[in-house]
Design a protein around this ligand. Structure first.
Ligand SMILES: CCCCCCCC/C=C\CCCCCCCC(=O)SCCNC(=O)CCNC(=O)[C@H](O)C(C)(C)COP(=O)(O)OP(=O)(O)OC[C@H]1O[C@@H](n2cnc3c(N)ncnc32)[C@H](O)[C@@H]1OP(=O)(O)O
Length: 177
């Protein structure tokens, strides 16, 4: 079975506009948090994804599949791929100028993805309804025309300050024991 799902979108999607202050097509998206597992450069371990803004509500990213990402012998762990989709789709949401967190993720794993390969991601915001943002993403490998994996995500708009209030900044730095 290949990529199977279609996300059911609500009928009441609202018109969206691209936020005027987000990077232009071809420009890198900003790291939203330096310690983020998905994109942060100070995270002790992480994907360090470079996401690039595309046209309209689209982004792209590439990810080398390296040894520590291994799940089954010689192939990527499904959770790592899921984290990459989460990050790429979250970045797509930024294009409409909305701070979001993930509430729902669905992944189709269509092919095993070998260590040493490079995944290419595309993601696009499909629509917004109230606080909910609907996003789709696909992952490609050289040599395969169809996506090797795909994801749908529902993200929910948050008040950034309130949402993270009370959580420790960079818990890895908290006193041990
Ligand atoms: C890693 C952190 C990154 C942070 C980034 C900060 C901002 C930067 C900007 C952009 C970043 C882009 C890059 C990031 C990429 C990575 C993102 C992640 O991995 S985030 C971590 C995992 N996710 C959580 O930890 C959420 C945990 N959940 C919650 O805290 C709450 O559920 C919250 C605040 C999201 C919503 O709770 P309520 O009480 O405010 O609101 P209620 O009414 O429950 O939900 C709002 C709407 O969402 C629907 N909803 C809620 N859960 C749903 C679900 N599971 N499936 C479908 N819909 C759901 C509800 O039905 C409701 O819809 P109706 O407005 O009534 O139409």
């Amino acid at each position: 079975m290949g990529v199977k799902h279609e996300l059911e979108l609500p009928a009441n999607l609202e018109p969206m506009t691209r936020h005027p202050k987000v990077p232009g097509p071809g420009e890198p998206m900003r790291v939203h948090h330096s310690m983020c597992f998905g994109c942060g450069l100070d995270a002790p371990v992480g994907l360090r994804l470079n996401v690039t803004a595309g046209e309209d509500f689209c982004v792209t990213a590439t990810m080398p599949v390296v040894d520590w990402m291994q799940g089954g012998p010689g192939v990527i762990h499904g959770g790592i791929l899921s984290a990459a989709f989460d990050e790429v789709m979250g970045n797509a949401s930024i294009l409409i100028g909305v701070p979001v967190v993930t509430v729902n993720l669905e992944i189709d794993y269509a092919k095993p993805i070998p260590l040493g390969s490079t995944l290419r991601f595309t993601a696009e915001v499909l629509g917004k309804s109230g606080r909910k943002v609907y996003v789709r993403s696909q992952a490609y490998l050289d040599g395969f025309e169809a996506p090797v994996a795909a994801a749908y995500g529902i993200f929910v708009e948050i008040n950034l300050r309130k949402h993270f209030e009370g959580y420790k900044e960079g818990a890895v730095k908290a006193p041990q024991g």
